[in-house]
Design a protein around this ligand. Structure first.
Ligand SMILES: CCCCC/C=C\C/C=C\C/C=C\C/C=C\CCCC(=O)SCCNC(=O)CCNC(=O)[C@H](O)C(C)(C)COP(=O)(O)OP(=O)(O)OC[C@H]1O[C@@H](n2cnc3c(N)ncnc32)[C@H](O)[C@@H]1OP(=O)(O)O
Length: 234
C-alpha cells in the first residue's frame, strides 16, 4: 500500500502495478473504480447546478439518477468503518469531501508535501459557490480545516480541530486554480498550532483567506473510543 498523500488521478493510479502484490492490485483496482465513479459524479453535480434544462428534462434525468442509485447495492459501509483503500490518519481518504477522489462533493484537492508542511491544489466549480462567482466561506473553512488537519498528521501528530480562526481577505474566485498551504507552527503537549492560507496559483503572494487553528491529539483511550474502526481493522 503506498503512503502518498496524493490521491490517484481520475483514470488509473500512481502506483506501478507490476510491483503490486495480488491484494495490493485488488486495492488499486478498487481505487481506480471509485475514482472513476467520483469523477463522473462530480461532472453530474457541476452540470446539475449549471443547466438551464426544461422541467421535463430535469424530471427525466432525476428518474434516471434514481435508477442508477439503486444499482449501488450490496454491503453498505457502516458509520465508523474505515474504507479498505484508506490510509488513516496520514494518507488517502478516498471519500473525503475535500481530498477524496471518490467524493462527488470534493473539488478534489491534490495534496503534496512541502519543506515545512503541505500544499493543496484544486479548482472549485460553481457547485461550491457562495456569493455569485465566488467560493462559499464555509468551503474555504473546509479546505483549510482538512489541509491543516492533514499537516498535523503529516508532522506525526494527528489531531482533531478544537479551534479554527478564519480571516476572509478577498473573495475566492471559482473556476480558478487555487493553492492551499498548511503548516504546523508549534506544539504544547497535546495541542498543535497550525496556520493555513488560500491564494490563486497565479498570484501566490496575495492571500485570499488565512486561518489559525488549534488541534488536539486525543489521548489513546479517547482515540480508541472515537475511532473503533482503527482498532478493528489496523
Ligand atoms: C493512530 C492514532 C490516530 C489518532 C487519530 C487522531 C486524529 C485524527 C483525525 C483526523 C486526521 C486525519 C485526517 C485529517 C483530515 C481532516 C481533518 C479535519 C479536521 C476535522 O474535521 S476534526 C472534526 C472537528 N473537531 C472535532 O470534532 C473535535 C471535537 N472535540 C473533541 O472531541 C475533544 O475536544 C478532543 C478529543 C479533541 C479533546 O478532548 P480532550 O478531553 O482530550 O482534551 P481537553 O478538553 O482535556 O483539552 C486538551 C487541551 O486542549 C485545550 N483546548 C481545548 N479546546 C481548546 C480550544 N478550542 N482552543 C484552545 N485550546 C483548547 C484544553 O484547554 C487543554 O489544554 P491544557 O491541557 O493546557 O489545559
Amino acid at each position: 500500500m503506498h503512503t502518498s498523500l496524493t490521491d490517484p488521478p481520475p483514470t488509473g493510479t500512481a502506483t506501478d502495478p507490476t510491483r503490486a502484490t495480488a491484494g495490493e492490485e485488488e486495492l488499486e483496482d478498487q481505487k481506480a473504480a471509485i475514482t472513476h465513479l467520483g469523477h463522473e459524479l462530480r461532472a453530474l453535480v457541476e452540470a446539475t447546478v449549471r443547466t438551464a434544462a426544461s422541467p421535463d428534462t430535469l424530471h427525466r434525468v432525476a428518474d434516471g439518477v434514481r435508477a442508477v442509485t439503486s444499482q449501488l447495492t450490496g454491503r453498505q459501509r457502516s458509520r465508523a468503518e474505515i474504507p479498505e483503500v484508506d490510509e488513516f490518519p496520514t494518507g488517502t481518504r478516498i471519500y473525503s469531501p475535500v481530498t477524496g477522489a471518490g467524493s462527488p462533493l470534493a473539488p478534489p484537492v491534490q495534496v503534496t508535501p512541502t519543506a515545512d508542511g503541505l500544499v493543496g491544489h484544486c479548482t472549485p466549480g460553481i457547485a461550491h459557490e457562495g456569493p455569485p462567482g465566488y467560493g462559499h466561506g464555509g468551503m474555504s473553512a473546509m479546505l483549510l480545516d482538512e489541509l491543516m488537519g492533514r499537516a498535523c498528521a503529516a508532522a506525526g501528530t494527528p489531531g482533531l480541530t478544537v479551534s479554527l480562526q478564519m480571516r476572509y481577505h478577498r473573495p475566492v474566485p471559482l473556476e480558478t486554480p487555487l493553492r492551499i498551504l498548511a503548516r504546523v507552527t508549534g506544539t504544547d503537549d497535546r495541542k498543535i498550532f497550525v496556520s493555513g492560507s488560500i491564494t490563486t496559483q497565479t498570484d501566490p503572494d496575495a492571500n485570499l483567506v488565512t486561518a489559525d487553528g488549534v488541534f488536539i491529539a486525543p489521548d489513546p483511550h479517547r482515540t480508541r473510543t472515537l475511532f473503533p474502526g482503527l482498532q478493528a481493522e489496523r
